[in-house]
Write a protein that binds this ligand. Structure first.
Ligand code: ZN
Length: 193
């Protein structure tokens, strides 16, 4: 079970080396997904039994003791029915969420050695859809942006390209919320620099 504030090195790997050490095979990925999804108890999606008894059939697969139906931990997720090893999915997720400048399908294909651009494109769109928070609200109030670029690329002068002028960084990547929104009004991130 992961708390509201996931802890690096405990709830998720801190770096690429930890990623490889934590998830050397699909069984480890399944156990991790079980912890995420069923850490607070398993609700049978067939009979609706809440936190009832179950049998562990194998990693990622449990059988409800009440209705005898089997539930996979990947059912209803982007991993459902995939023929690709979960370790590859986990590696793709790690790569996508760690690229500050964004990820292209071509970049994903190259890094993971995927067979085709179409596969990489499909993966990327699945991951992007999975990262959308259901019921999300629009940003409101004073919003701070981590960094940005100002101005257009300038014309090359004397063989030199001055490139894009870059603005100074804002001091924080936090998003501030207005009071009265059900929170304490403090920044949602403590990544103040
Ligand atoms: Zn059941």
């Amino acid at each position: 079970m992961i708390d509201q504030q996931p802890r690096a090195g405990i709830d998720y790997p801190r770096n690429w080396h930890e990623l490889l050490a934590w998830f050397p095979e699909d069984a480890a990925c399944l156990r991790y997904l079980e912890r995420l999804r069923w850490g607070r108890g398993l609700t049978c999606r067939f009979c609706g039994a809440v936190d009832g008894s179950w049998w562990q059939m194998r990693d990622g697969l449990r059988r409800c003791a009440l209705c005898r139906s089997e539930t996979s931990v990947t059912a209803g997720t982007i991993f459902a029915g995939t023929r690709t090893p979960l370790v590859s999915w986990f590696a793709a997720i790690w790569y996508v969420v760690n690229q500050k400048q964004g990820v292209s399908a071509l970049g994903l294909q190259r890094v993971l050695g995927l067979g085709s651009y179409e596969t990489a494109w499909t993966w990327l769109h699945k991951l992007r859809r999975g990262m959308v928070l259901p019921g999300r609200e629009l940003l409101a109030g004073a919003v701070e942006i981590d960094e940005t670029y100002v101005g257009a690329r300038q014309t090359s002068v004397g063989g030199r390209s001055p490139g894009t002028r870059r603005s100074s960084r804002s001091p924080s990547r936090a998003t501030r919320r207005p009071s009265g929104c059900g929170c304490d009004g403090s920044p949602t991130s403590s990544a103040t620099r």
